[in-house]
Each structure stands twice: as C-alpha cells, then as structure tokens.
Design a protein around this ligand. Sequence first.
Ligand SMILES: [Zn+2]
Length: 157
Amino acid sequence: MSTSASETTAESVGAPRTIPRPTSESRYFWDACARHELVIQRCTSCGRCWFPPSNHCQYCWSEDFAWTPVSGRGELYTFTVFRRAYASELVEQIPYVVGVVELEEGPRLITNITECETAHVRVGMPVEVVFNDIAEGFTLHAFRPREDPQSPGTGAV
Ligand SMILES: [Zn+2]
C-alpha cells in the first residue's frame, strides 16, 4: 500500500528484464499491451473467449475469432509469493507476487500482482490491470488491487 503506481512503474523502467518473445499467435496481444490495452480472443462462431492466445477457439475449434478489448477487471483466483529471485534480474523485486487473475470476461491470466503489500494479497480480491513499460516498445501487464463499489465491506473479514 505504500508503493504508488508511478513508483512501481519507475522501478520497472530501465531494469534489465527478459522480454517475452511474441509468437504469431501472441503478437497482437503484446502489441496491444504496448498501447496499454488488454485484449483477448473472442470466437465469432460460439462467442466464447480464451487465453492464452491460439489460432483456434479452444471450445469449438473454429478458426474465426476477433481480438476484443476487455475490461481489465477481475478477481485473483490464486497466487504465490516469490521470496527468492530465480532470475538475477528480479533480485530487486523480491518479494513479488505471481498470481492467476480471472477476468470478468472469463479467461484466466498468469500475471504479477503489484501495488499491494504481500501480506494483504488474498484470493478473491478485486483487481484491475496496469501496464509497465519494461523496455523500448515492450510492455508487461500486471494487476493491482481494485476498490469494488459493489462490495464496500471487502477486506473487513
Ligand atoms: Zn468457439
């Protein structure tokens, strides 16, 4: 809670991070992240969404789909706290949280949970997407806690 969005972004910028290598299936997703836009694929045959990117619908196998902007909102489905840096580039970031976020639109994404003390991270917490520009022309998505106007008592248990 003591780290602001700008501090988190500033710490990420310029760090020597390993950059994912987009595939033909994922390039559109990463290009959208660079524009600070979260997109997933929606099947034009059955209407369902999926992630990670692939060249066909994982439900009906149709190859007809459209990249669709999503809300960027979801809930934390599960997570773990990394207290050891398995890559030297992450030493400055430990402890950090890797989680699975279930988007309002359904698909689940593996991601980082940022802007939250590790002790306050909990399954089911509302989250929203943020974007961190980690290298020239490359942006990683992450999620931070989100105030949920539908559940003002969230976190009081
Ligand atoms: Zn389908």
